[in-house]
Design a protein around this ligand. Structure first.
Ligand SMILES: [Cu+2]
Length: 146
């Protein structure tokens, strides 16, 4: 003898629920949006620290870097290309190959090798160009102090 506790609650025929989609329109979205719930953590360029820069054939990644005035930055350079590269930051004169430049150590970074560049920073806002000495005019970037 079955206890009559399994009474299904028949939905009220009067409630006008939104019509369900037809069965043949099963959503097959290939553009599954990944979980965008991770809080975007843009790294503020407010503190002195290490900044990774990838040397490629033949470009910097990133090639636009923002730093705060007076911020000292240690660039962690990794040559992810096959060709030799380096990084030279122009000094206050904004020109390359002058005495106030800062150059990576070692100066020439072979493919798959790494290097560092300790940059004293700029006291006032402005744009400071940097380049690869081996590919000048092609492999270049801008450091924005603001
Ligand atoms: Cu280069």
């Amino acid at each position: 003898m079955l206890a009559g506790s399994s009474a299904e609650e028949s939905p009220g025929s009067g409630t006008s629920q939104s019509t369900p989609p037809a069965d043949h329109t099963f959503p097959t979205e290939l553009t599954a949006t990944p979980a965008a719930t991770s809080p975007a953590t843009p790294i503020p360029a407010a503190e002195a620290g290490t900044f990774g820069v990838s040397l490629r054939d033949n470009f910097f990644e990133p090639k636009e870097i923002s730093v705060a005035p007076g911020e000292k930055v240690t660039f962690d350079l990794g040559n992810d290309g096959a060709l030799p590269h380096n990084m030279r930051i122009a000094g206050p004169d904004g020109k390359f190959n002058t005495a106030d430049d800062t150059v990576s150590s070692p100066n020439v970074v072979l493919g798959r090798q790494s290097a560092t560049l300790e940059w004293q920073g700029a006291a006032s806002p402005g744009s400071i160009p940097f380049q690869c000495d081996i590919h000048p005019g092609v492999m270049a970037g801008i450091m924005t102090v603001r």
